[in-house]
Structure formats: structure tokens, C-alpha cells
Design a protein around this ligand. Structure first.
Ligand code: PMT
Length: 397
């Protein structure tokens, strides 16, 4: 997986920097081309000579070469890389990355990197547990940085706790798994729906629901991050898609969402129906605002909206994968399985409105994934980004 991959290995000033030499050796052995970028304080812990001998390339640390005055371009480095891994990542470097303090070559390279970035934090247990570090790691995670969790054990201070850098083998495995995933997803066409639909009653009122689009947008970001071309058919939400591989098609009503999806489906390898589609729409649209004064209480007749997932299920080819969501309040499993069968889905992701930390609006989700082959998996509880990643891990394209 790592053969011929261009990897920037960022090393910062912590005692775990000695393990970076082993990490570098493993990366080179796996066939990767590695460019080491060190912070000035990293050189107190391991010498550039060791690292340049192992990588076969001069180590970059300063903006300018002291001997020749040559400028080291962080922009070129950022574009060259297929991945950047910062190991060890000290509390200081994590803070600089989270806030954009670009006062060294490593942080400027991070800010210029177009490729995915991994950090392997390493520090003393109290620094690791400090709210500042937690906040910075959360910020980086929101910015799309993958955290390779620190391990617990004896630390340089002889205290025992969480703060040891992940072992070099674990870091290599994380990179391999990333490249394996991106090979599976690269160039695939993925259709995702997100958010609510609004069904207009009159120019000021509509029937809608509480979906914010967070789950659907998280799925879109994750699929795009893995290399897929994503068409995100989105109901009215206040979110913005970040990844350049995502094309957003904004719709309002279930009918518009249906038409966009039916048109895109034949060219898609995968569709994930995460939108909370209104099942009913007013039979009649009042072109003028319905007045309160001098009128009877209006009766709004409803008609059924098209079932988008079922429409895609009916025309699904063997080589396509169709995933639905089920949002339930009771008889969760039975209702979800029934929906999967009726709509011709390959998978259904069940989330329940009974869980306060799942479903509408919140940043986390709790999902059980049922497959048409009869298996089911309770996915780990986590942020919607983490749950999106778990869902995609179950899909073979
Ligand atoms: O957007 P968030 O605030 O982050 O909330 C996320 C979510 C709770 C909306 C999401 O996780 C979720 O559960 N989405 C599906 C909600 C839903 O409408 O479930 P359902 O059980 O009513 O529908 C079952 C499936 O059929 C869904 O895949 C739905 O997209 C699809 N459907 C439903 C009705 C319809 N007319 N057409 C459809 O395609």
C-alpha cells in the first residue's frame, strides 16, 4: 500500500522523537519515499544526520538552507505529499496547528498540505489530559486531521498514564489502512441525500422536520476524503460542504430531491439516503398567505410524496449499493428491517429518537447497521464524522 507513496514525516521536539527513526525505517522499507521535516527543537532529541541517512534525503527544518541560502518551499512540499504524518506531535505543535501559528517549516508545510494529515500525539500524562490539549485535538479533528491515539504506559517522567506515542507499527498500519481505503473509493461516484425537505403550504409556511444535515454532510465529507466523487443532494440546511470532491445540489421539496436522485442514480456506484424526507406534502399550494382574520381554521389536505429510496431500490443494478437510514421511536429493529426489505436496500442504518445523543441536530450518533444478508453491527458511538467512517467501512465497492 505504501509503495512509491510520498510521505512527509514531521518530527517535533519530544522524547518520543527517537522512535521516529524506527517509523522512518518502516516507511522506507514499505517502499514509501519519505521527506523528513523537523522543528528546531526536534533536533535536540534526534539528529538530522540519522534521519537523512535513513530517508536518503536531506532533512528540511529551516525556511532557508544555511549553506546556500536556498529557500525550502513548504508549498511544493505540501503539494508533493500523498500523506503527512507528524510523529511525535507535541502539545506545542498541536496548539500551533490548531491555531495556525506558522512560525516554523513544519507548521507552514501542514498549512500548505493538500494530502491527509495524521498526528501521533506524545507528551506527559497531565499535558495530554489538559483541556487545552483536548480542545486542540478536537479542533484538528474537525479540520480533518486524523489522530493516531497516544497509548498508556510508562512515560519519560516515569509517571504511568496516557501519553506515549503510538508504536511505529501502529502508525504504519494507520497509513496503510488509509491508502487501502482510498484505493477502494478513488473515482467512485457516490450519491448522498442530507437534511430535511420543506413542503410549501403558502409563501410563508411549510411542513418540515428537525434534520440539520449534519449526518449526511459527514458522510459526504468522509466519502470525498476517501477519493470518491460525491453528489450531495441537500435539503435546506445552514451547512457548507468543505471537500472539493463534493458537488452540492440544493433542493427544497421531496419532489425536487426525488428528481435529482433519480437522474443521478444510474451513474452512481453507491447511494446513501440520509435525508429526512417529508412523507406528505400539501395537496394544494396557496399562492397568497393564508390569513388568520375572518377565516375558518384551515384544513390542509395532504398527498403522499414519492419514496426516493424505494424508487432507487426498484432500478438498482447488481453493481450498485444502496444504503438507507431509519429514524425510529419504537419497534426500532422490526421497523428498520421492514424498511430495508420494502425499499430494496443493501444496508439500513438505524438511529433512534429515544437516544438523546443520537439522531436530529446533535453532533454525535448511535447507529446499528443492518445488512440485507441478515447480519447486523452496533457501530461504536461517536461523532457523526466517526459514525460516517464506520458506516463506509462496511461498504465494499
Ligand atoms: O440531519 P441530522 O440533524 O444530522 O439528523 C440525522 C438524521 C436523524 C436525519 C439521519 O441520521 C436519519 O436518520 N435520516 C433518515 C430519517 C428518515 O427520514 O428516516 P425514515 O425512517 O423516515 O426513512 C427511511 C429511509 O427512507 C431513509 O433513508 C429516508 O431518506 C428514505 N425516504 C423516506 C421517505 C421518502 N419519501 N423517501 C425516502 O427516500
Amino acid at each position: 500500500m505504501l509503495k512509491n507513496k510520498h510521505i512527509i514525516l514531521g518530527i517535533t521536539g519530544g522524547i518520543a522523537a527517537y522512535k521516529s527513526a524506527m517509523l522512518l525505517r518502516l516507511l522506507v522499507k514499505a517502499g514509501a519515499e519519505v521527506q523528513v521535516v523537523m522543528t528546531p527543537s526536534a533536533k535536540e532529541f534526534i539528529t538530522p544526520v540519522t534521519l537523512s541517512a535513513l530517508s536518503g534525503k536531506p532533512v528540511v527544518s529551516e525556511f532557508f538552507s544555511a549553506n546556500t541560502g536556498e529557500w525550502h518551499s513548504h508549498v511544493d512540499l505540501g503539494l508533493w505529499a500523498d500523506a503527512m504524518v507528524i510523529a511525535p506531535a507535541t502539545a506545542c505543535t498541536l496548539a500551533k496547528m490548531a491555531t495556525g501559528v506558522a512560525d516554523n517549516m513544519l507548521v507552514t508545510t501542514y498549512l500548505s498540505a493538500k494530502a491527509p494529515v495524521f498526528v501521533a500525539p506524545a507528551m506527559d500524562l497531565d499535558m495530554m489530559a489538559h483541556p487545552t490539549t483536548t480542545r486542540n485535538l478536537q479542533t484538528l479533528q474537525r479540520d480533518g486531521v486524523a489522530i493516531i491515539e497516544a497509548e498508556a504506559g510508562e512515560l519519560a517522567s516515569h509517571l504511568v498514564g496516557k501519553g506515549r506515542m503510538a508504536e511505529p507499527e501502529t502508525i504504519v498500519a494507520a497509513l496503510e489502512s488509509y491508502f487501502a481505503k482510498s484505493e477502494q473509493w478513488a473515482g467512485k461516484d457516490v450519491l448522498i441525500t442530507a437534511g430535511p425537505t420543506y413542503e410549501r403550504i403558502d409563501p410563508v409556511r411549510f411542513i418540515g422536520n428537525f434534520s440539520t444535515g449534519k449526518m449526511g454532510y459527514a458522510l459526504a465529507e468522509e466519502a470525498a476524503k476517501r477519493g470518491a466523487n460525491v453528489m450531495l443532494v441537500s435539503g435546506p440546511v445552514s451547512l457548507k460542504a468543505k471537500h472539493p470532491n463534493i458537488t452540492v445540489v440544493s433542493v427544497e421539496s421531496a419532489r425536487e430531491m426525488h428528481d435529482a436522485c433519480v437522474q443521478a442514480w444510474p451513474a452512481a456506484d453507491l447511494a446513501i439516503m440520509c435525508a429526512a424526507v417529508a412523507d406528505y406534502a400539501p395537496a394544494e399550494y396557496h399562492h397568497k398567505k393564508i390569513k388568520r382574520e375572518g377565516h375558518e381554521v384551515p384544513v390542509i389536505e395532504l398527498v403522499k410524496n414519492p419514496d426516493i429510496a424505494a424508487a432507487l431500490g426498484q432500478s438498482k443494478r447488481e453493481d450498485q449499493v444502496l444504503v438507507g437510514f431509519a429514524l425510529e421511536t419504537d419497534n426500532e429493529q422490526a421497523n428498520a428491517l421492514d424498511k430495508m426489505r420494502r425499499k430494496g436496500l443493501d444496508f439500513i442504518a438505524l438511529n433512534s429518537l429515544k437516544d438523546a445523543d443520537a439522531g436530529f441536530g446533535v453532533d454525535t450518533n448511535r447507529v446499528t447497521l443492518f445488512a440485507a444478508d441478515g447480519t447486523s453491527t452496533e457501530l461504536p458511538f461517536g461523532t457523526k464524522a466517526e459514525v460516517a467512517s464506520s458506516i463506509l467501512n462496511h461498504i465494499n465497492l
